[in-house]
Design a binder for this molecule. Structure first.
Ligand SMILES: [Zn+2]
Ligand SMILES: [Zn+2]
Length: 121
């Protein structure tokens, strides 16, 4: 699986097995993505990233990676955890993944409903 930002400066190759396919409705993901944010997680050794990624420390424990040129929101990483989440919206072509859960739904916007039957947390 490959992915890239809007301008193409940042590219990544996922060679590991993606897991935790989720849509996050928290206030931070909503602000950074403009809606809710869908992602999957891989081990750090399971992804190769090239290009200039800017990291924003959104809290004491997590940081958010975006393209320095076009601003596309690509990555989320928790502290020193040996894993990284990548944005499903930035995958080139088919992901062959299916959403497993909605998270932080208590913080979702009031302008949409979640009605796909996927478990909510
Ligand atoms: Zn870019
Ligand atoms: Zn979130």
């Amino acid at each position: 699986m490959k992915g890239s930002c809007l301008c193409g400066e940042v590219r990544y190759d996922v060679v590991g097995q993606p897991r935790a396919v989720s849509a996050c409705h928290c206030g931070q993901c909503r602000r950074q993505s403009g809606h809710f944010w869908s992602s999957a997680q891989v081990d750090l050794g399971g992804i190769e990233i090239s290009g200039d990624v800017c990291w924003y420390a959104s809290s004491a424990i997590a940081k958010r990676g975006f393209c320095a040129t076009c601003g596309s929101f690509l990555f989320w990483k928790m502290g020193d955890e040996d894993a990284i989440s990548f944005s499903l919206g930035t995958v080139d072509g088919a992901t062959n993944l299916t959403l497993e859960k909605h998270i932080f739904t208590a913080d979702k916007g009031d302008y949409y409903e979640i009605s796909d039957g996927v478990p909510q947390f």
